[in-house]
Design a protein around this ligand. Structure first.
Ligand code: SF4
Length: 325
């Protein structure tokens, strides 16, 4: 079996607020193996962003790690010093953020930013500039040597996001975290960036943790998928299992509501009725119960994330034969 790179083990994270503790992540467990692409999918408020912040330890002051571990190459990042984390970020772990408009410094040329980001390298400035030009070419920016002299506002949104991906890959990371990197782009650019990312991932050989609410992108890019709802993992499995044999009602509803899966013309796009529960005041039992059309009495008890087959897990009583004691 391929070596595990990142392990999230029983991770629970709260935000302390005036209303009480907001239980942003609860008992999260999954892993990312070397060279694989894992997608995290779920509605807004499901905990995707908190999960990334927790992995990178870039958290708000009111964040409390209640339990669990985040292991990268076997080392628990939650016990690392800030200095150790700084050396990992932008080195072995890189990130691409959602908004390409805010990724770059607007008053510094792209070339200088791409040279500066290689500050750990002992190469000469000319070599660093050559490498920057090579990476720009690799992400499909024409005339890279000329374009290194330009400033961020001289590039389109799609090009800026390509440059952000180039910069994230320059350190040769083992893990690239991509936080909704195509959400701000139109559909054509999204397809181009996903294709390019797939090619580059093969070249660099890194694993990718790809966060998105866009199921089509997840299906196109990823090997495995983790479905999150209200701060918990409700299902995980291979792309085939999640999209062709989903076992959690929330996953099924997400797929039904995805515009890519709607065959007939519709004036109003379908949505999942109801709202994500208040994380400061979570309901008892299954967290999806208030929105689930198949809810039953036993759902008043929290279903465990049960193993349905090798690598396919779901937290729903519909997949259990026995009524819980
Ligand atoms: Fe629906 Fe019950 Fe399954 Fe929760 S456990 S998703 S409420 S059927």
């Amino acid at each position: 079996m391929t070596e595990t790179l990142l392990e999230i083990d029983d991770l629970s994270v709260d935000y302390e607020t005036a209303r009480g503790d907001l239980k942003a992540l609860r008992d999260i467990a999954f892993d990312v193996r070397k060279g694989e692409i894992v997608g995290i999918v779920g509605e807004s408020g499901c905990g995707k962003s908190t999960l990334i912040s927790a992995i990178l330890r870039l958290v708000a002051p009111n964040t409390r790690f209640r339990k669990g571990e985040v292991r990268f190459k076997g080392q628990n990042l939650l016990q690392n010093s800030e200095r150790q984390m700084r050396s990992l970020r932008g080195g072995e772990i890189s990130i691409v953020f959602q908004d390409p408009m805010q990724t770059h410094n607007p008053v510094i040329s792209i070339g200088r930013q791409m040279v500066d980001i290689q500050h750990r390298s002992t190469a000469s400035k000319a070599e660093k500039r050559d490498k920057a030009a090579q990476m720009l070419a690799a992400v499909g920016i024409p005339d890279p040597v000329v374009r290194l002299r330009q400033f961020p506002h001289e590039f389109s949104g799609g090009m800026r996001q390509r440059i952000a991906i180039a910069m994230a890959l320059m350190s040769g990371p083992d893990l690239l975290i991509a936080d909704e990197p195509t959400t701000a782009l139109d559909a054509t650019l999204e397809v181009q960036i996903i294709e390019r990312l797939k090619e580059l991932q093969k070249d660099v050989g890194c694993a990718i943790l790809f966060i998105s609410h866009h199921l089509g992108v997840i299906a196109e890019l990823c090997d495995r998928v983790v479905v999150m709802y209200a701060g918990a993992v409700v299902e995980s499995g291979t792309v085939r299992e999640i999209f062709h044999n989903p076992k959690h009602p929330y996953t099924r509803r997400l797929i039904e509501c995805d515009p890519g899966h709607i065959k007939e013309r519709a004036r109003i796009l379908p949505t999942i009725p109801g709202e994500v529960p208040d994380l400061a005041n979570l309901p008892k039992g299954c967290i999806f119960r208030d929105r689930c059309e198949q809810a039953m009495d036993r759902c008043a008890t929290m279903p465990p994330l049960a193993r349905l087959s090798e690598g396919h897990n779901a937290a729903c009583w519909l997949n259990h034969e026995e009524v819980p004691a």
